[in-house]
Design a protein around this ligand. Structure first.
Ligand SMILES: [Zn+2]
Length: 400
């Protein structure tokens, strides 16, 4: 990468960093059990709600407890379970109609990233009845307070319950687009471990590693603030202490709770401080081969941290010591390497591969281009990289 482009990237990121304190970030209020939702709704004088979820969740019975809790508080529920894995604009309109036909006053999302994305978009369409979803694409096109939005994440990884983003696929054009607006940040995050007890082991492990990637990328980047540093440190410590336990002992309530909080804190950290190249590369693997986001991140994370090299020793050492993987006497280099080794070992213990099987040599150039477009100049990474460095990363996660 040439010097001029490097300076351009850094100036771009600096301007972004300066804008953080003046932007209207908000944190959701945390509720620790689904039975608190009804209490809140009673306080808000709302007695009819739309629940946005998907068929898989309903089928395994994850919705039952929530329905009972709301019934006890005399709240009528209308369930939209048509959410597909990449939620569509048709999904949004169907759910919105259900909300309007039944005079609902609040939205509850129960699920992984998809129902949460959908619920945010439904909220946006409810307060903006004359603006099509497509016209809300991009930055700050909603700018209006959503109906009370409660989010119950069923995986501990995406941190969607803290973020400004909703990803929707247009039903006609199949084009996927992002809606980013501060009003999409949910009002309540319900971190109830009970909905995560039945997660399959490979989802527990890879979504947990996604959360770790959020925490680390936000921490080693240049846009971090004192608050995001603290959030990343807490998230990392919880993940180091609890992720492997969730994998080996899936019904451990304490470990499951810790992972939900870790994912939440990491979400707050990256919403402000952004992610980095691990995500840029993971998104290309998702786009090209449909590789799950968490799996892609788990594989790329240790490789990218090693590629950043000594520039990140000091920062990684802080996370390593804070999580008990090194002590004060260890040098930054040792502490940082202990941490990367912990990630590699944890991946191995949780049966996460060290390569992505689908990667083909002939696709690499195209993916490098796409990943560079996403990463530069936007991501405030600790070391700026270009084509050659990216190519090496793809080669090292390719099966020999
Ligand atoms: Zn992620």
């Amino acid at each position: 990468m040439n010097v001029f482009y490097k300076s351009y990237c850094r100036v771009y990121q600096f301007i972004f960093k300066c804008s953080i304190p003046v932007l209207p970030y908000r944190k959701p209020e945390i509720l620790d059990d689904q039975d608190k939702i009804g209490v809140k709704l009673n306080e808000l004088n709302i007695n009819r709600v739309l629940i946005v979820t998907d068929k898989g969740i309903v089928k395994v019975g994850l919705l039952d407890y929530l329905l009972n809790c709301l019934k006890e508080k005399s709240i009528e529920t209308y369930v939209y379970d048509g959410t597909v894995p990449n939620p569509t604009s048709d999904n949004v309109e169907e759910a919105r109609n259900l909300y309007l036909e039944n005079n609902c006053g609040a939205i509850i999302a129960l699920g992984g990233g998809s129902p949460i994305d959908l619920a945010k978009a439904v909220g946006a369409r409810i307060v903006k009845p004359n603006k099509s979803l497509y016209k809300m694409k991009g930055l700050f096109k909603v700018c209006k307070k959503l109906p009370p939005l409660f989010v119950i994440p069923t995986t501990a990884g995406t941190g969607s319950e803290t973020t400004v983003t909703s990803v929707i696929t247009d039903s006609n054009t199949h084009h996927k687009y992002l809606i980013n607006d501060f009003s999409l940040i949910p009002h309540y995050a319900v971190l109830d471990y009970k909905v995560t007890l039945g997660l399959p082991p490979h989802i527990t492990s890879t979504t947990g590693m996604d959360a770790l990637t959020h925490a680390i990328e936000a921490f080693i980047g240049n846009t971090r603030t004192n608050e995001t540093k603290k959030m990343s440190m807490e998230a990392t410590k919880l993940i180091v202490s609890s992720l492997k336990t969730c994998y080996s002992d899936p019904t451990n309530a304490e470990a499951r709770t810790n992972m939900l909080y870790a994912s939440h804190y990491a979400g707050i950290a990256f919403t402000k401080a952004y992610v980095g190249y691990v995500h840029a590369i993971a998104h290309t693997l998702g786009g090209k081969y449909g590789v799950a986001h968490g799996l892609a991140n788990s594989v790329i994370l240790p490789v990218m941290l090693e590629a950043y090299g000594e520039k990140i020793y000091k920062k990684l050492a802080v996370l390593s010591r804070y999580s008990g993987l090194a002590n004060e006497k260890d040098s930054d280099e040792i502490a940082s390497k202990n941490f990367i080794n912990w990630i590699k070992e944890a991946n191995k213990e949780m049966n996460i591969p060290s390569v992505i099987e689908q990667v083909k040599a002939e696709d690499i150039d195209e993916m490098v281009e796409t990943a560079l477009k996403e990463g530069n100049p936007l991501y405030p990474v600790p070391v700026l990289m270009g084509k050659e460095e990216f190519k090496r990363i793809y080669l090292s996660i390719m099966k020999e």
